[in-house]
Design a binder for this molecule. Structure first.
Ligand code: FPP
Length: 234
């Protein structure tokens, strides 16, 4: 294995396994999500401390609205309370927060909390957290296409670079994708941005995915030979 540690500029995480983590401990799914949030807070600080600049987090997919009313409502309230409570933390860490996803179907209080958090952190320069909330990857591509048409862009002008600017956020390609809990699916997460990403699928449930587990992910990432479709440099 190559000993040199490579640091991915853009890391994306599909937060998965909160419910199973709680069930194994005889706890409620809500307690699992709370544990997931606590872990996310510490883990994101650690990931930025390693030199990563952008962190995209799948915290609620458009499909997650199919869960029980109680669970959806718990998560929505958690978003509102934590987005408010974490403004200070993100500012101390100099992290800018942005959101990807549709407003449609979201409670007004969640939209307001998103806007307050992104506005309060918009001048931070130390890193970017991109919360993907009420997010769907195909919907993002459809929404980008609609905006391009609305802007009357000539079809000859449409390039990959231009298209990227019409996505919810223009944050560039993801370098490393992590999905916890042993599932090995993308579930409609960042299909455009993940085209050249390395994938890492640890068995660990998200609330147990700690600093040492991210170190392991970095080791695996560093050992991969990223050729972007070209020929290996010897
Ligand atoms: C997936 O685990 C997790 C979610 C759908 C919610 C993720 C949300 C958080 C960690 C809270 C984030 C909070 C803030 C404020 C950003 P699962 O429920 O699918 O687990 P399971 O597959 O084991 O049931």
């Amino acid at each position: 294995m190559n000993n040199e540690l490579k640091i991915p500029n853009h890391v994306a995480i599909i937060v998965d396994g909160n419910g199973r983590w709680a069930k194994e401990k005889g706890m409620t799914r809500s307690e699992g999500h709370l544990a997931g949030f606590e872990n996310l807070r510490d883990l994101s600080d650690y990931i930025f401390s390693k030199g990563t600049k952008i962190l995209s987090l799948y915290v609620f997919s458009t499909e997650n609205f199919k869960r029980s009313k109680e669970e959806v409502s718990f998560l929505m309230n958690l978003f509102v309370s934590k987005f408010k409570a974490e403004i200070k933390h993100f500012n101390e860490k100099n992290v800018k927060v942005v959101f990807s996803g549709r407003h449609e179907n979201l409670p007004a209080a969640v939209i307001k909390a998103e806007e307050e958090l992104s506005d309060a952190t918009k001048n931070n320069t130390g890193g970017v957290v991109n919360f993907c909330l009420n997010y769907g990857g195909r919907a993002e591509i459809v929404d980008a296409t609609k905006k391009i048409i609305k802007d009357n862009i000539d079809s000859d002008e449409i390039t990959e670079e231009l298209f990227s600017k019409y996505l919810y956020q223009d944050l560039g390609d993801v370098d490393l994708l992590i999905r916890t809990s042993g599932e090995e699916r993308l579930s409609n997460f960042l299909p455009w941005q993940l085209s050249y990403a390395e994938f890492y699928f640890p068995d660990t449930y998200f609330p147990d995915f700690k600093e040492k587990d991210f170190d392991k992910a970095l080791e695996v990432y560093s050992s991969r030979d990223r050729r972007f479709g070209g020929i290996k440099n010897k």
